[in-house]
Ligand binder design. Structure first.
Ligand code: FES
Length: 126
């Protein structure tokens, strides 16, 4: 087996976790359930499954446009660090279940995600 086929086999074998995205009028009108690859950033898995969530800072935790509410399963995630908490302060519709999806890595516990109606950028345009 060469290095390329070995890498491909590892990608295929990565365990997955069920992620449910609640309906959102613009980004996901019918809602979506998909198998997210564990260890990957939640924002990358949302994008890979057709959810066009904003990620203005290119997923480095510096813009808060990738804000989501983790309605179920949030307790299984690594807690937000101080930098994520600081960015979340600017998120539209912040609540106790708010996370930056670029700062969350999918683990083994299923997640239920609600996408906020607006992002920080949209709210500013209103
Ligand atoms: S993409 Fe900018 S904070 Fe997540």
């Amino acid at each position: 087996m060469n290095a390329t086929s070995s890498t491909a086999a590892q990608v295929v074998a990565r365990p997955t976790t069920e992620v449910t995205v609640q309906p959102h009028p613009a980004l996901c009108p019918d809602g979506l359930v998909f198998a997210a690859r564990q260890g990957r950033k939640l924002v990358d898995e949302l994008l890979a499954h057709g959810i066009a969530i904003e990620h203005a800072c290119e997923k480095v935790g510096a813009c808060a446009t990738c804000h989501v509410h983790v309605r179920e399963g949030g307790e299984s995630l690594a807690p937000a660090d101080d930098e994520e908490e600081d960015q979340l302060d600017d998120a539209w519709g912040l609540d106790a279940q708010s996370r930056l999806s670029c700062c969350v890595k999918v683990r083994a516990h299923a997640l239920v995600i609600e996408l906020p109606l607006y992002t920080k950028n949209h709210a500013r345009e209103k």
